[in-house]
Design a protein around this ligand. Sequence first.
Ligand code: ARG
Length: 266
Amino acid sequence: MTKMLKILALLLVITTVVFAAGCADQGEEGAEEGAEEEMPTYYVGTEAQFPPFEIVDDEGNIIGFDVDLMNAIAEDQGFKFIYQDQDFSGLIPALQTGNIDIIASGMTITEEREGQVDFSEPYINAGLALAVTVNNEEIQGVDDLQGKTLAVQTGSTGFFKAEELKEAGIVAKIKDFPHVNEAIEEVRIGGADAMINDIPVTNAFIAAQPGVIKVVGEPLNSESYGFAVREGNTELLEKINTGLQNVRDSGKYDELIADLPNYMEE
Ligand code: ARG
């Protein structure tokens, strides 16, 4: 009898230990599955004064179309990201040195940049246009820029277009600024005759502050924006491209596009 009890007690102990071990295992697995820390976190660089694509709100948060789209892609692909606001002209160097992992900054896919970074599939189309003060009747297009001074954002495609016009002997002088609003201000105070910038962004500034500048003439070109990663970072590029495609397929992309005018009114 005692022997029997001993065996039973031993069995009970063994069962308990095995069961407890099983629980611990499960616990670890469960924790792994739900663990937020397991998600990779990427640093995303942007120059955040570029509405409607990136805007700093009253609380200092970076919002806008690029942020919404990155959020949707990150959610789809299971990664997190932290935004870093910096000068536009420093974004590619920051990516190359590893300070950031992704550029999401209304960056146009250009041949020159293709040699420095890897771009995602294009996510939106834009283009450049001229803008002048609202009461300027003299400048109606590129043909009226002879001997004029242009204001642009440093390192932007608007800046490169201005350089082309200068090399062609049309534009006399280029004044470049870290932020678009500073280029607009230069035009407003008469320090520059016109500015070249991305059309949706110039329109967003006009919507926010009407009666200062106006867009004139036809668009100067057509451009596509892409997200950029370090050259050869195919793993991250694939995540972004797959996420972007899924966000398009799910209808989420169209929802975000429909929200764009709201940003412009802010
Ligand atoms: N699309 C233009 C470019 O790639 C201007 C982009 C500026 N973006 C910004 N967030 N400031 O050069």
